[in-house]
Design a protein around this ligand. Structure first.
Ligand SMILES: [Zn+2]
Ligand SMILES: [Zn+2]
Ligand SMILES: [Zn+2]
Length: 452
């Protein structure tokens, strides 16, 4: 193998003559190679560059191997092979080297632009909280759970090309390590057993089949009647389970989820659903990257009714124009603000705080009515525009939000509370119809409608 060394004792070898075209990590065993690849990908300047390695002598374990495949552009045997592969990538973008790299989104989009057709798929890793993670995102400075991918998809920069898994996550810690346990629907205890029972028609006694057994047949332990004919002398009730704790008999056990990470107990219908997929850059995204213009969003309407703040303001302005002209049209603007966020932020790790906020921003759109739209202007400020809403609808939404806060142990533990203010177009003279001004007005209003 022939590799020129980059400085003495370095395992990093440089590709390219006139300029840096890529890097090769040479002669490292998997654990160290993994670290080196992560460090290299995390480099803010060259992290997106082609990166190869010589194959470790010992086959790494499955997860390490998957992460290495994710971080590296491949294994090579010679510097020539690496150089050829790197040049092929650069020629795909006509040797343009000034790709945007200032932010995690920019690095990811530039990375994908340089590798046309590359499908970014997650690594399944049982050691991670959400079971699936994208180490590349982590290297680029974003959260490894793939949140950025959904945002970039909403902006039209990425396209999801395949669904890999639909996760059910713990509503408290967003972990995917959940246990589904059968429990007694009466006392919620776990000590239940399958048990067929018998119902004696003579005296009406119901008990476990065991209590009825007699050599060669069945006898009621209560009235001593011999039971021979099912349907005329006895039958078998549908309740096939028995609780050892409270003696309840039931047909179907209740399913409870236990979080393997934070021990939170929940019901399956309260779990958060999140989809994990494979993504590629869109042609539009590539053009934006190559034009070094990736900041403004194209598509602002997210699938779930959550809007880019600017678009939200425009829609709000439009609604208030309509309301000013047509008295039969009205709307409610709701401002939901999280309180104690600073104190909370100092108690929680940044990761936990951002998880909580993400959970809220994911749940809010699912609480609003169809046709309502929402946005988030700052980390603690959420807004909902509710066309034709009456106070009952506003109250219902606030109550749902309150229920969400009460149901989450983590929100309670974090002592996170919210306040809500509403502006009803019918009760306000709309001299000002600019969306931004209305939002300002509501934010400055001191009176709060409800408090969780
Ligand atoms: Zn029970
Ligand atoms: Zn009987
Ligand atoms: Zn949990």
């Amino acid at each position: 193998m022939q590799f020129s060394k980059w400085g003495d004792g370095s395992n990093l070898c440089v590709l390219g003559e006139d300029r840096l075209e890529g890097l090769v990590i040479t002669h490292l065993e998997s654990a160290v190679l993994l670290e080196a690849a992560m460090t290299q990908r995390s480099d803010p300047r060259y992290g997106i560059y082609p990166l190869y390695a010589t194959r470790p002598r010992q086959q790494p374990d499955e997860i390490t191997s998957a992460v290495l495949d994710h971080l590296l552009d491949g294994y090579v045997e010679t510097a020539e092979a690496a150089g050829t592969a790197a040049r092929t990538l650069w020629s795909g973008i006509a040797q343009q080297t000034d790709l945007p790299i200032d932010t995690p989104d920019a690095r990811l989009l530039s990375y994908l632009t340089l590798r046309r057709g590359y499908q970014l798929a997650p690594v399944r890793d049982w050691r991670s909280r959400e079971l699936y993670r994208y180490p590349l995102l982590e290297a680029f400075g974003a959260s490894a759970d793939g949140e950025l991918l959904g945002l970039l998809q909403q902006r039209g920069m990425l396209r999801r090309t395949g669904l890999i898994e639909r996760l059910r996550l713990c509503p408290a810690c967003q972990g995917a390590h959940l246990l589904f346990v059968d429990a007694c629907p009466n006392c919620h205890g776990l000590e239940i057993e399958a048990d067929e029972s018998i119902h004696c028609f003579t005296c009406g006694h119901v008990a476990s089949q065991r209590a009825f057994s007699l050599a060669g047949g069945l006898q009621c332990p209560n009235c001593r009647a011999r039971l021979r004919h099912i349907g005329t002398e006895y039958d078998r009730p549908l309740e096939h389970h028995h609780c050892k704790r409270c003696a309840e008999r039931f047909t179907e056990a209740e399913v409870i989820t236990h979080c393997g990470i934070c021990e939170h107990e929940s019901r399956p219908e309260l779990l958060i659903t999140r989809e994990v997929g494979r993504y590629e850059i869109t042609e539009y995204g590539r053009i934006r990257v190559l034009n070094q213009d990736i900041s403004t969003p194209l598509v602002s309407v997210e699938r779930n009714g959550s809007l880019h703040p600017q678009v939200f303001e425009q829609l709000l302005g439009w609604q208030s124009e309509i309301a000013a002209q047509h008295p039969e049209c009205h709307f409610t603007l709701l401002h939901i603000q999280l309180e104690h966020l600073e104190e909370t932020g100092s108690r929680l790790t940044p990761e936990a705080a951002s998880r909580l906020l993400r959970m809220l921003s994911e749940r809010l759109p699912s609480l609003v009515r169809p046709g309502d739209v929402c946005t988030r202007t700052q980390s603690a400020d959420f807004w909902v525009l509710m066309p034709q809403a009456d106070p009952t609808a506003t109250k219902a939404l606030i109550e749902q939000l309150q229920a969400l806060f009460e149901a989450s142990d983590e929100l309670r533990a974090a002592n996170l509370r919210f306040s809500a203010r509403a502006l009803e177009s019918g009760h306000t003279s709309l001299t000002e119809t600019s969306g931004n001004a209305l939002m300002q007005k509501l934010a400055e209003q001191s009176e709060e409608v409800l408090h969780a």
